[in-house]
Design a protein around this ligand. Sequence first.
Ligand code: ADP
Length: 260
Amino acid sequence: FKKMDVSSKNTDELTQMRITFNQMIDLLKDNFDKQQQFVSDASHELKTPLTVIESYSTLLKRWGKKDPAILDEAVEAIYSEALRMRGMTQQMLDLAQGDQYPIQPLTELNATEITQEAAERLSRSFNRDIHFVAKEPISFLGQEDLFKQLLFILIENAIKYSKKDIVIRLYTNQKSLTLEIEDKGIGIPENEQTAIFERFYRVSEDRNRESGGSGLGLSIAKKIVEQFEGTIHVQSKIGVGSTFIVNIPLRPFKEVSLHD
Ligand code: ADP
């Protein structure tokens, strides 16, 4: 009887240890997955500000001394893209030290101004015509860096997957704002128009080989839109083009969660 008691105690303790150990592994794995995800997302996202800084530096070298307007534009672009990169790298460092995803405060954003600036910057950097259409100034409550990131991802994709001009539209029906990014590029097969928003999903190796993407951009875009309590989808036809449509409610976040 005594021996059984000991062994059952041992078994209990072993079971307990196994449970605790598994919980520890789950916790570590969860942290590791989050860090891994953030590091891959951040490396993907650091590429665009670098491209902008590179191309504006070239512009500055070539025309900066002769044209004060270009000097101002380039210095402003390089400075603000460098700040954006600093923010991203700081987030990576915070996360590497075990902190949670940093939550940035919400502020009133001028969507029209930010969209126009992103369009101009990418148009310059990638040497492509981008038309921006907006009738009125539109503001909403959000995080500026995230909204910029969203714009950069969608515009950069439009540039990557088409050769013609790109049209960006921004409008509102008072309840929500709508952002449309339209290209006349290669298009996306109908049966893949949902899957493209998953992490690492790419339409086909063949057509992507040249563009060298990672399948991360749209999953990051979706995460950002969800943070704004909005939706994103695409309308697209092979060989005709794609329009990515983002809808963001124009209400303060607290109100949204109260009603939910
Ligand atoms: P990637 O780094 O591969 O571009 P994304 O997550 O940004 O990753 O996009 C996922 C896939 O969706 C891409 O591989 C591409 O095939 C397709 N895609 C995204 N944007 C467009 C677009 N504007 N036109 C055509 N295909 C697109």
